[in-house]
Ligand binder design. Structure first.
Ligand code: BGC
Length: 631
């Protein structure tokens, strides 16, 4: 009895030893024990510090001094409110920080932002290799999170201008205002192509036409990354790679949404003819950062598509920059975060927008590497790409800024935004040529939810992620204020939100300025976007007291208006014009011409959705107005 117990024990012991030995041999094979994270100190004249050397040489040189920890740190992108203590920035060697939309400094001014970001950069300088940080924000229509800065029309309005010079100038002005606050990275331009206007991100896009998206997207990149006039370039990010806008209604993997974060059913040929061309053009125009979308293609989320991220983007399209995942994109819908990390990094994601828990990411990356699941070569490639962009944007060569003084914005930017508003207006109906308003008009009545509401005319991604309500953002002008200012002394401009005016004497013209309340992303997915009941009532009321009614639609996408159109004497689409409402009055009063064209088709009924980029509706019927229509 005793001896059989002893025998079993010995057997157990020997079995254990064999197992341990096998594990040891396996780990030896993976190089587990060789991974000494030896820190080699670079000499003071290290090659990577020499800006006369080619970028590739600088990257290889810097990589040669980096430890595994420093490398995986560079692959980490953290939301600023998730940084536990400031010193984590240097001890973990973060590659980048970001402000999620609405994540502002305590004092939301240019100086407040500057002070915040410079303190992060100073902390990064405390790390062994002092690699500067990328600091990213979503400047999708100007640096719109800071009250007082210039808020340009959202991309759909820029699409209506079809003016690449204007778009380049807008991006350049945006970069100037970003760099006043210390931001050196913007998650723009958006190259998505909406096929279904029910999607909450239509307004972030230029158009559903791959040619127009390519043209304006590249102009935007040139403007943002421009290095002339000693302007500090801001790194552009083209998003969302790839097939966003083509998702199918009711396929969202996010239970709160309907189409955002959904499945793109496009076949391979459509991918190459519709969705990939703007990215190819962007790469030719210097794009060095691409954001992988939260959509799914085939049976896999984009972040898991090695074919698209590595074979197509990096190899076929010859992309030299880095792939960044979208907000929580690597982990979204995954239970095993270790496996999710391994799969996304091996598929081709170079920088992970975590954006929260960085400690577990860093541990997972190190273990994945030690176990041979993510190779050294893959990590070097990812980090090399991130460093390439940092060198290309001059991050290592800029004199370190320390002044946190308030800076003035260039007043020309507001004039540029006003011009962009004017050029974005699309005239769809104009009975008796009521527009531009004649000099004989002496009495105007204005009504509607968007007439006197800067927050509404800015839309989402303005101050807050979901936008704001009201006229409080300083330095901005509502459309009503613009009309009043232009009408001047001799013209009476009455305003009432509901359009309720005295019926004693009819005004020559009533202007109903109406549209959508602000929204962002999937929160704007809307089964049937149309004019609200309140705004319809305002039009009805206005019709009783005005000879003719001009309707101005302030919205991020086409609205269903087929039944109401006959009631309007004139119809103008103003998209989401931003902070400079005067740009609308400039065109209404004829100081500027109507030049905008619809950047996407305007459907007449729900069954037409989705509409292909070739303009084919789902039910085969004709849309209300085709793409590029205008009077
Ligand atoms: C959006 C991206 C954006 C990112 C960072 C995500 O929710 O999908 O477009 O760049 O947040 O704010």
């Amino acid at each position: 009895m005793q001896s059989s117990k002893k025998f079993k024990k010995t057997l157990f012991f020997l079995g254990g030893m064999v197992l341990l030995f096998t594990l040891f041999i396996f780990l030896m094979g993976t190089g587990f024990f060789d991974k000494k994270t030896l820190a080699v100190t670079p000499p003071s004249n290290a090659m990577y510090l020499d800006n006369t050397k080619p970028i590739e040489v600088r990257v290889a040189n810097l990589l040669s001094y980096m430890t595994l920890e420093e490398k995986v740190g560079q692959m980490t992108l953290v939301e600023k409110n998730s940084v536990k203590t400031l010193s984590d920035i240097s001890s973990y060697n973060f590659g980048g920080l970001l402000s999620g939309s609405g994540a502002k400094p305590e004092i939301n001014t240019v100086a407040g932002w500057r002070e915040m970001i410079l303190s992060y950069q100073a902390e990064a300088q405390n790390s062994r290799l002092a690699i500067p940080l990328f600091y990213g924000v979503d400047a999708v229509h100007g640096h719109a999170h800071v009250p007082g800065l210039t808020v340009f029309p959202h991309a759909i309005g820029l699409g209506a201008t079809d003016n690449p010079q204007l778009v380049e100038a807008v991006a350049k002005a945006t970069a100037e205002e970003l760099s006043l606050t210390g931001v050196n990275w913007s998650f723009s331009p958006n190259l998505d192509q909406p096929q279904d206007m029910r999607w909450g991100r239509v307004y972030e896009t230029f158009s559903d036409d791959p040619l127009l998206v390519s043209k304006l997207g590249s102009a935007y990149i040139r403007g943002l990354q421009d290095k002339n006039d000693s302007k500090v370039p801001v790194l552009a990010t083209v998003k969302h790679y790839v097939g966003l806008g083509g998702m199918q209604w009711n396929t969202s993997l996010n239970k709160n949404f309907k189409i955002d974060q959904g499945v793109t059913p496009a076949d391979e040929a459509t991918l190459w003819t519709v969705y990939l061309p703007p990215f190819a053009e962007a790469i030719d125009n210097g794009a060095l950062s691409v954001m992988a979308g939260l959509n799914t293609w085939g049976d896999k989320r984009l972040v898991l598509q090695k074919y698209l991220l590595t074979d197509v983007l990096k190899e076929e399209l010859n992309f030299k920059g880095f792939v960044v995942s979208d907000w929580y994109g690597v982990y979204e819908g995954r239970k095993n975060l270790f496996l999710a990390t391994v799969q996304a990094v091996n598929a081709g994601v170079d920088m992970v927008m975590l954006p929260f828990d960085y400690q577990s990411f860093l541990t997972n990356m190190k273990w994945a590497n030690r176990l041979g699941l993510i190779s050294d070569a893959r990590i070097d490639e990812a980090v090399g790409r991130i460093l390439y962009a940092k060198f290309a944007m001059g991050l290592f060569d800029q004199a370190s800024e320390t002044s946190v003084a308030e800076k003035n914005i260039n007043p020309d930017h507001k004039a540029l935004a006003r011009q962009a508003v004017s050029e974005s207006l699309v005239l769809l109906k104009n009975t008796n040529e009521i527009l531009p308003l004649s000099g004989n008009v002496k009495h105007i009545q204005v009504a509607g939810s968007a007439a006197d509401n800067v927050g509404q005319q800015m839309g989402g991604w303005s101050i807050e992620w979901q936008g704001v309500d009201g006229n409080w953002p300083e330095g901005s002008t509502s459309i009503l204020a613009g009309i009043k200012a232009r009408a001047g002394q001799g013209v009476v401009v009455d305003y009432n939100l509901q359009g309720e005016f005295s019926t004693d004497k009819k005004a020559e013209v009533g202007i109903a300025i109406l549209g959508e309340k602000p929204y962002s992303e999937g929160w704007g997915d809307n089964e049937y976007p149309t004019i609200s009941q309140e705004d319809l009532q305002a039009i009805e009321a206005l019709k009783k007291t005005s000879e003719q009614v001009v309707v101005i639609v302030v919205s991020g996408r086409p609205l269903f208006i087929t039944e109401q159109l006959a009631d309007f004497d004139a119809l103008v689409i103003a998209w989401l014009p931003g902070s400079e409402g005067e740009g609308v009055a400039d065109v209404l009063f004829g100081d500027q011409p109507f030049t905008g064209k619809l950047p996407l088709p305007w459907p007449s009924q729900l069954s037409q959705l989705p509409i292909t980029s070739a303009g084919v509706t789902a039910d085969g019927t004709s849309v209300l107005f085709p793409r590029y229509f205008s009077l």
